[in-house]
Design a protein around this ligand. Structure first.
Ligand SMILES: Cc1cc2nc3c(=O)[nH]c(=O)nc-3n(C[C@H](O)[C@H](O)[C@H](O)COP(=O)(O)OP(=O)(O)OC[C@H]3O[C@@H](n4cnc5c(N)ncnc54)[C@H](O)[C@@H]3O)c2cc1C
Length: 384
């Protein structure tokens, strides 16, 4: 395969699949190398659904990236045939404003400044539109009406297929790296150098283990769990169209309505213990399930005691402060690093791919927040 490709993308998660499709559409000869399947169950992109929201408190960069990406995710349904389930559900995303948390306030100000559609809902209006919620302590609600949830694994598989339709070649294989301090890594596929002019490493939680010298201390995979809880029978109030996806930073939870009958999905948005994606025990933790259930029932009382239908154990790949990573390897313009999703990256995959293409092909300037050099030395989460 030597020399036949302009770019090899290693990893077909959300980031790698969008990079492959974007670069193939730009006329690049693309090789997409994936150790398993696009959107497989061990990958960070491998769950059923992911929230796509545009609100990022005062952070205009991620609001802009999310807004641009939202349009790209929605475009995947443009040629959907009638019987096919959608890849994007416009459920809306609701934020709660509480006395001790002004995140909704700063988010509303940023959305206003960026011209992104949003609504302020008084407690009366919230209660009228969303009677499912217990609104105790809620002073008002911020609704992103255009936002929603992407069916994650199906969308990643679709984007990889679109990359192939645009000319990319998808192969199953695992790339290995020989890394010497301060030198360009030697990247091998089946014992031979990866046959491409440039290589994009979009390996999600496997990235720090691939380049331990460079990224071992910079990206930390952590164990994360989500639970799918079954709404009461005959009760439509928890499906898309009735229940919005929501984030409640004070309660440390986020949730997605019952999509495709899998149940209401809830996650506790707190970093779990550091983990290795290859050896991670993917059985759910009963204590965390009990906590998630209890927190959900406080917000949605009718879900108290809801049965567990499914669960997923996967991983965040955290940079020190939560900024994503899109940058060239410091020892080589040939090797690019794309990752550090940090628990919020999925939604941004189209914008990440567009930024990579602009940098690689058009010589666009680096976005300092996404650069390797900008990562602060100590771990302190600043982007949610
Ligand atoms: C529980 C949970 C909830 C989340 N919720 C949200 C949310 O609601 N909204 C949001 O925007 N984000 C969310 N995220 C974050 C988001 O899912 C991730 O940031 C994103 O999926 C990361 O995508 P990726 O392509 O970098 O990694 P991955 O999806 O892990 O893809 C990496 C791919 O690279 C392949 N690979 C790795 N090494 C090699 C190699 N050496 N050779 C070949 N292939 C290789 C892997 O097999 C894998 O398929 C959440 C994450 C988790 C875990």
């Amino acid at each position: 395969m030597s020399g036949r490709y302009d770019v090899a993308i290693v990893g077909a998660g959300a980031f790698g699949a969008w990079c492959a499709w974007t670069l193939a559409q730009r006329g690049q000869r693309v090789l997409l190398v994936e150790a398993w399947e696009p959107g497989h169950s061990r990958a960070s992109s491998g769950d059923e659904s992911r929230i796509v929201r545009t609100g990022y408190a005062a952070d205009a960069l991620y609001t802009r990236m999310a807004d641009a990406s939202l349009a790209a995710w929605r475009s995947l349904d443009a040629d959907r045939r009638g019987a096919e389930p959608p890849l994007f559900h416009r459920t809306g995303v609701l934020w709660f404003s509480r006395a001790r948390n002004d995140r909704a306030e700063t988010t509303a100000a940023t959305l206003e400044a960026e011209g992104v559609s949003h609504e302020r809902l008084s407690p009366t209006e919230l209660a009228r539109r969303f009677p499912q919620f217990d609104l105790q302590g809620v002073s008002w609600g911020l609704l992103e009406p255009e936002s929603g949830a992407v069916m994650a694994r199906r969308s990643v598989a679709r984007v990889a297929a679109l990359a192939v339709a645009a000319g990319a070649r998808l192969v199953r294989g695992r790339v290995h790296a020989e890394e010497a301090d301060a030198a360009e890594p030697r990247l091998l596929l089946d014992g031979e150098p990866v046959p491409a002019g440039r290589v994009v490493l979009a390996c999600g939680p496997w990235l720090p283990a691939l380049l331990p010298e460079l990224l071992g201390g910079r990206i930390t995979p952590t164990r994360q769990e989500v639970f799918y809880l079954g709404p009461p029978p005959g009760e439509p109030a928890f499906g898309a169209g009735r229940l919005p996806a929501f984030v409640d930073f004070e309660a440390e939870i986020y949730a997605i309505p019952d999509l495709e009958g899998r149940g209401v999905k809830i996650g506790v948005d707190r970093h779990g213990p550091a983990c290795d994606p290859d050896s991670l025990d993917r059985r759910p933790d009963p204590a965390l399930l009990a906590e998630a259930r209890e927190r959900l029932a406080r917000v949605l009382p009718a879900m108290a005691g809801a049965p567990l239908l499914e669960s997923r154990v996967c991983q965040y790949e955290n940079t020190p402060n939560g900024d994503l990573l899109v940058d060239a390897h410091p020892a080589s313009e040939r090797v690019w690093l794309v990752g550090g999703g940090s628990g919020h990256g999925f939604k941004h995959a189209p914008a990440v791919a567009a930024h990579l293409a602009a940098r690689m092909l058009d010589g666009a300037a680096a976005e300092p927040r996404l650069a390797l050099a900008s990562a602060p030395p100590e771990r302190r989460r600043a982007v949610y």
